[in-house]
Design a binder for this molecule. Structure first.
Ligand SMILES: *Cc1c(COP(=O)(O)O)cnc(C)c1O
Length: 379
């Protein structure tokens, strides 16, 4: 077992000591004035982070719970929805929709590609009654950024709500909900928000709230109508994940101190450095339209073997490809509690691991050098 462990996966991401300490406080009761103050601070901070005047609902679940809640609240039985499927998370929309008996039409996108907004417009023309267009801002299985701003333009003119899974995107790249016209924006705690898994978040536009108020699918624990009433009264509907919310307040303070623009610039800088390093090693980028939160590269050796070797020998945990991309790509995360030297560690581990497996086209340090040059030039 290597002496030190580095977690460089697109969820969960490392929890910084500052946040871990905030969560280690003695538990306040969730109906106490002390906790209500924290909740009020989180509600304000989340609106700022989401770029919305709407209430951001806080639920206790992983990210998939927010995806499920969005569809369960928004739809009526037998409704038609459209979903962009360009990876494992896109595929999940279809699974959830079918579980609720919805008629789900897939907009298939090859893994590694971003959806063409014209394809969504065509699909909406073919299904004019569709109530939702579901998509990922960052498809974490491929590292692709779908063009959310353009998709909002397309859905704005239709009756459908744009539902955006921003679980690995919010807090890493701009997604101003109200300004862009996103109808439902969803995220979770364990990616860019530097928290352990266990919290999920969702906000809805007035257009989406009209559907939510009119919905007739079964919902109880994740009933957004009840949640929004409770939150507006300054309360959580159920016993909330108190410790995680204490951590969330600290995360929001910290993001505020750094400034959202600086947070996004940091993610972008790390992404550019990682891509430069991979190209310098002779590796090609898998995502055609890469996200700033993770970098996906085509792996010149067996990706599963490389990841296992790097984890076991060097203590560096990277993610591999899933399903069709299994063994073929590496996913290097640089979101949340990530800085320049996390990129250097990831690149160094890949250089060393590739060399161990017999792939070495460039002198040691070539990738690291390219990363450092890019990080230095970005200032
Ligand atoms: C991580 C992630 C999710 C949520 O997965 P959970 O395991 O339920 O937290 C959803 N969508 C995307 C794009 C993700 O990266």
């Amino acid at each position: 077992m290597p002496f030190k462990q580095y977690l460089l996966t697109p969820g969960p991401t490392p929890v910084p000591p500052r946040i871990a300490l905030a969560m280690a406080q003695a538990l306040p009761h969730h109906r106490s004035p002390e906790f209500e103050k924290v909740l009020a601070e989180c509600r304000e901070g989340l609106k700022w982070l989401f770029g919305t005047r709407q209430e951001v609902l806080i639920q206790s679940s992983s990210g998939t719970g927010a995806l499920e809640a969005a569809l369960a609240n928004l739809c009526r039985s037998g409704d038609e929805i459209l979903y962009v499927n360009g990876g494992r998370f896109g595929e999940r929309w279809g699974s959830i929709a079918r579980a609720y008996g919805l008629r789900a039409h897939e907009i298939a996108v090859p893994w590694g590609d971003a959806v063409d907004p014209a394809a969504v417009r065509d699909a909406l023309n073919r299904a004019p009654g569709a109530v939702a267009v579901c998509v990922q801002a960052s498809e974490s299985s491929t590292g692709v950024a779908h063009p959310i701003r353009e998709l909002a333009e397309v859905t704005r003119q239709s009756g459908a709500c744009l539902v955006v899974d921003a679980v690995s995107a919010l807090g890493a790249m701009p997604l101003p909900m109200d300004e862009w016209g996103i109808d439902v924006l969803l995220t979770a705690s364990q990616k860019a928000l530097m928290l352990p898994p266990g919290l999920a978040f969702g906000a809805a536009s007035p257009k989406a709230w009209r559907r939510i108020d009119d919905g007739n699918l079964p919902r109880f624990y994740f009933d957004w109508r009840a949640e929004v009433v409770a939150q507006r009264r300054g309360q959580a509907l159920w016993t909330p994940a108190i410790s995680l919310i204490l951590g969330l307040a600290e995360v929001l303070r910290w993001l505020h101190e750094e400034g959202l623009e600086a947070v996004f610039a940091r993610h972008d800088r790390l992404a550019r450095a990682t891509r430069a390093a991979m190209k310098a090693l002779g590796l090609s980028i898998f995502a055609k339209r890469p996200v700033p939160s993770l970098t996906t590269v085509n792996c010149p050796v067996d990706g599963e073997a490389l990841i296992k070797l790097i984890r076991e020998n060097y203590g560096v945990t990277l993610a591999g490809g899933q399903e069709a991309a299994r063994g073929k790509i590496l996913r290097i995360a640089h979101l949340g509690y990530a800085d320049d030297f996390d990129v250097v560690v990831a690149v160094a581990a890949i250089e060393r691991g590739l060399s161990d497996l017999g792939y070495r086209k460039t002198p040691f340090g070539t990738g690291v050098g390219a990363a450092l040059a890019e990080l230095g030039s970005a200032g």
